[in-house]
Design a protein around this ligand. Structure first.
Ligand SMILES: NC(=O)C1=CN([C@@H]2O[C@H](COP(=O)(O)OP(=O)(O)OC[C@H]3O[C@@H](n4cnc5c(N)ncnc54)[C@H](OP(=O)(O)O)[C@@H]3O)[C@@H](O)[C@H]2O)[C@@H](O)CC1
Ligand SMILES: Nc1ncnc2c1ncn2[C@@H]1O[C@H](COP(=O)(O)OP(=O)(O)O)[C@@H](O)[C@H]1O
Length: 505
């Protein structure tokens, strides 16, 4: 997991590092990382046209040093100076290295002939409202530190901001890269720490990328897992579906099965159960009486026999106008972990609860959850401070809350926040959230991953981590599905087994 800091924290540490090592040395280190990234993006091919858009401050200085490196490696490196001011020592270095230097008037022509544009106009020092040049469609942009036009503190970007295929950021991940418009502009984001010392700062959040998710999952696995039977691997109880919305339950069920759940037991109206028999024949129906039995079984230590239900997934396709059933009430007061989504969010009780819970709202559902807990916020409030309002929901429901969207915020009541940006815009398709519920339900049902046997309660920390892992897997599924086709929820389910295998399932 990679820590995320505010711009103010980054500026504080930068100041200390500058007085320790000098800003020129730091800029050269940053530039070296970017010239390496440029070479990578150009597949190591020689003699390419690389154009740097250069701003007035240190970000521009970084860009000039990077161009100088690339000129020395034999590329045609051109700096377009967009301001009258530019970093003098770096400009001199580019001249000496044989680079070309032009001014703003030449920007359109230079950019149209470029194999790669390096965006070194503005970084941390950006103030909204600058006039920014355009880059022709199809020319890849490599951003230095922060894409120009993006406010690294808030994640708000100007319409004219420059979307990058890759951003190499320096020192630390800044919050604005991961929130609001940030993830839409950065492209692939990589961090060069420059050995900055952040030990005196508390991170605002932690980024979970696929590598971190793989490590988190592996930490909890054991070679003994190979001996488990299906009950020991995990039994997911799915409470979902209604005559009004029969499809969502099938999507969650098929996602859980394709995610590799040990056993799926489905509690739903008869008509929906009949569809289930056709679309997910592996699922075993679960009647009211069997729910009661499964709940009482869970109150005993089972000493390796495996639970009758080890986790619940509640909500996809439930009819919000129907009364919450007595069964759901009992499940809400059980000790097995539960993921609660969609209409389940309209009935989950606020206030303290013993059951370890993950709530998975999108922004509108988060507003509804907060309103039910007596907190009134606007959509704008949530867009501006997603982490804060997700935390309020986590506190109000004593649950881990995953706020879904292009950036996923996962917050536990104590405030620890994980962020997942490994997504695809094509995940914005009906039923995609139902698939996530199936994936997360499967992870929560796996006793090796939760570390829970018998009556013990899974910790919020573990729920937090597993929720982030599910979001990363879901994001990867979206990316794989989108590689060569359009995406619908069924398509996500089709590629899910391949992605699960990559994560060791
Ligand atoms: N410090 C370090 O250790 C390291 C820092 N590094 C690098 O430094 C970068 C930060 O550099 P920076 O502070 O010079 O700010 P930067 O983003 O280059 O530009 C600010 C300039 O643009 C101007 N400006 C802004 N908005 C504007 C607008 N709308 N319209 C017009 N003008 C506007 C603003 O003007 P002013 O506010 O003074 O009027 C200011 O002059 C950081 O992102 C990283 O790349 C690395 O080398 C690693 C080590
Ligand atoms: N623009 C986007 N970029 C990336 N992921 C998105 C985007 N829009 C939605 N998603 C993801 O798609 C899923 C949609 O879930 P949800 O809103 O519950 O849809 P549904 O109720 O139709 O299943 C969530 O996991 C969300 O994070």
């Amino acid at each position: 997991m990679i820590p995320v800091f505010s711009v103010a924290q980054v500026r504080t540490v930068e100041k200390a590092e500058i007085s320790r090592r000098g800003s020129e040395e730091l800029m050269k280190q940053a530039a070296a990382a970017v010239s390496d990234a440029a070479v990578q993006l150009l597949h190591g091919e020689p003699g390419k046209n690389i154009v740097g858009l250069i701003g007035p401050g240190n970000n521009g200085g970084d860009g000039l040093y990077a161009l100088a490196n690339l000129a020395r490696q034999g590329h045609n490196a051109t700096a377009v100076l967009l301001s009258e001011k530019s970093h003098a020592p770096a400009l001199e270095e580019l001249r000496t290295a044989g680079g070309t230097i032009t001014t703003a008037a030449d920007a359109p022509q230079a950019a149209s002939g470029a194999d790669l544009v390096i965006d070194a106009i503005y970084g941390l020092g950006y103030r909204p409202g600058a006039k920014l040049p355009t880059v022709p469609r199809g020319v890849p942009v490599l951003a230095m530190d922060v894409p120009s036009g993006l406010d690294a503190a808030t994640g708000a970007a100007d319409d004219a901001a420059l979307p990058a295929v890759r951003t190499v950021t320096f020192g630390a991940l800044k919050e604005g890269l991961l929130t609001g418009d940030g993830p839409l502009l950065t492209g692939e984001l990589s961090l060069v720490t420059l050995d900055f010392d952040f030990s005196a700062q508390s991170p605002m959040a932690w980024l979970v990328d696929p590598e971190a998710a793989g490590q988190l999952l592996d930490e909890h696995r054991s070679w003994r897992d190979a001996a488990r039977h299906k009950y020991q691997r995990g039994v997911l109880g799915l409470i979902a579906g209604s005559d009004r919305y029969p499809g969502a339950a099938q999507l969650t069920a098929r996602a859980a099965l394709n995610a590799g759940v040990g056993l799926l037991r489905s509690h739903m109206p008869d008509k929906v159960q009949a569809y289930m028999a056709a679309s997910a024949p592996e699922a075993v129906p679960l009647g009211d009486q069997e729910v009661a039995e499964a709940l009482s079984q869970s109150r005993r230590h089972l000493h390796g026999r495996g639970a009758k239900i080890s986790a619940w997934a509640i909500g996809p396709g439930l009819d919000p106008s129907g009364q919450p059933s007595e069964v759901i009430g009992k499940v809400f007061s059980s000790r097995q972990p539960a993921v609660i989504d969609a209409s389940g969010l309209e009935i989950v009780p606020a206030g303290p609860s013993e059951q370890p819970r993950v709530l998975t709202p999108h922004a509108k559902e988060l507003r509804m959850l907060l309103r039910r807990a007596g907190i009134t916020v606007t959509a704008q409030d949530i867009a501006e401070e997603p982490q804060k309002w997700t935390r309020w929901a986590a506190l109000s429901y004593n649950a881990v809350v995953l706020l879904k969207g292009p950036t996923n915020y996962i917050v536990e009541p104590g405030g620890k926040t994980l962020v997942v940006c490994h997504t695809s815009p094509k995940l914005a398709t009906a039923g995609s959230g139902d698939v996530l519920t199936g994936i997360l339900g499967t992870l929560l049902s796996d006793s090796s991953l939760t570390g829970v046997q018998g009556t013990a309660l899974v910790s919020n920390q573990r729920l937090l981590e597993l929720t982030a892992c599910a979001a990363v897997i879901h994001g990867e599924v979206g990316r794989v599905a989108a590689e060569d086709s359009t995406v619908c929820a069924t398509r996500l389910i089709e590629v899910l087994p391949r992605v699960m295998a990559r994560f060791g399932f």
